[in-house]
Design a protein around this ligand. Structure first.
Ligand code: CIR
Length: 263
């Protein structure tokens, strides 16, 4: 097993948001994202990833799939292998085949779920040794069962957990800080699903900051969450912030806008 494989990465893959982001899925009635602003925030996101020392690959926009900017959901990266998943939302199912095409020239190995179950990448938190998978409206037991054999071949133990009710994805409410430490909303942390890890809880009122990402030496956090920034800096992390208000309008966060891996 490679050390620190949960946050040491050489590359990322992202996809530009299209004008169709206005039709992106969302749980609550919110104003539509503004495509031009979304693109600006996406540019800032890519620039921040670069500052965190990865080579960034940006795929062209795919207007036919309004949520295709959220590349994390149809694919799971395990070391240098891309696993093509089966996204649980009807309007997103076709993103998997599109990603498979785009990733072929990049990855040495592509594996694929072929059964009838569903798994969204947003429900999977990888640590160095484990895959914590939240069952949700998008991820079911059948999908997890098929994925489990691929995960064990890559030396990951599977821990099945639950995405809290009303929360889109497991990782909407948590993110990895380092090999032993997870940042999480209080509600999720107190469900006991992180036993064996250190947990830092999101400050009151800053639950939407939980979907942060660790990329090499940096913790990348959505801007506007000052208490969280301070807490993480006091805990010794190097924090970089980036705006993601447009993505948030359609339930997206930071983790979903990139695949992070090492070639
Ligand atoms: C969706 O509902 O699928 C998108 N509007 C948002 C996906 C966000 N992805 C993620 O949290 N991994």
């Amino acid at each position: 097993m490679k050390g620190n494989r949960s946050y040491r990465f050489s590359h990322t893959v992202s996809r530009r948001p299209g004008n169709s982001v206005v039709d992106g899925l969302r749980a609550a009635t919110r104003t539509d994202p503004v495509p031009k602003l979304f693109q600006q925030e996406h540019d800032a996101y890519i620039a921040t990833l670069k500052k965190a020392s990865v080579s960034t690959i940006v795929l062209p926009k795919l207007e036919v799939f309004p949520d295709s900017v959220f590349v994390e959901d149809p694919v799971l990266c395990l070391d240098n292998t891309a696993v093509i998943l089966r996204p649980g939302a009807k309007s997103r199912f076709g993103e998997a085949a599109a990603m498979e095409n785009d990733l072929k020239p990049i990855f040495d190995r592509i594996e694929k779920l072929t059964g009838n179950g569903f798994v969204d990448g947003g429900d999977i938190l990888l640590t160095d040794t484990e895959a914590l998978i939240g069952l949700s409206d998008r991820t079911n037991s059948e999908g997890v069962e098929e994925l489990s054999s691929i995960l064990s071949a890559h030396e990951y133990e599977v821990r099945i957990v639950h995405t809290p009710a009303g929360v889109l994805h497991f990782k909407s409410d948590c993110g990895l800080l380092d090999s032993e430490t997870i940042f999480s909303t209080k509600v999720l942390a107190r469900s006991g699903c992180f036993e064996g890890y250190n947990v830092i809880e999101a400050p009151e009122g800053e639950e939407a900051a939980a979907n942060l990402i660790r990329v090499n030496d940096a913790v990348i956090l959505r801007s506007g969450f000052e208490k969280t920034k301070q807490l993480l800096e006091e805990s010794g992390y190097l924090v970089m912030t980036v705006p993601a208000d447009e993505a948030a309008k359609i339930d997206g966060g930071l983790s979903c806008m990139s695949l992070r891996f090492s070639l």
